[in-house]
Design a protein around this ligand. Sequence first.
Ligand code: SF4
Length: 182
Amino acid sequence: MYDYVQISTINDFIFCQRSLYFHSIYYTFVDKQYKAKPQVAGTIAHEATDTGRYSSQKKFLQAMEVFSHAYGVIGKIDVYDKETKVLTERKRKINRVYDGYRFQLYAQKLALEEMGFPVEKMFLHSLSDNKKYEIHFHGPDLYAFEKTIEKIRAFNVAKSSPKQNIQKCRNCIYRELCRREQ
Ligand code: SF4
């Protein structure tokens, strides 16, 4: 039996392993207490789906809890269209399709399919410029995804010393907290 990995931590972990530590510690805090401004805006962008305002049409599953026993992940999807079988994850602004974004969608897709909802297409939707990026999923992607989940599960902050990357740290939502720990 293993601990389920929160889908929302995957992007943090790929960005910087150390950020997983802060995500875990502050997971129960009210977001606005520790998130920097761009991330608060991103959270607000999600509120339409979290509160079910995306659409009242029954064909959409919105902000639904999903989990995969096979891959040991749990979390929420953003929007899934039952008719077209399209899964969409909306973000406030996407400047670049990071691996963390893709892996979050993989986790959602695998969990949805285990629950009986096939996913034929996946998109990242950048709300501020209304751009959509199709995300593909092939065999090597599954292997890389599984390896990442294994690493997250095995992560121990006391035994790891992630390399510091000043540019990443400047853009990190946990930078204020992390600075106090360094
Ligand atoms: S501030 Fe830097 S080292 Fe600390 S969690 Fe963020 S990216 Fe990682």
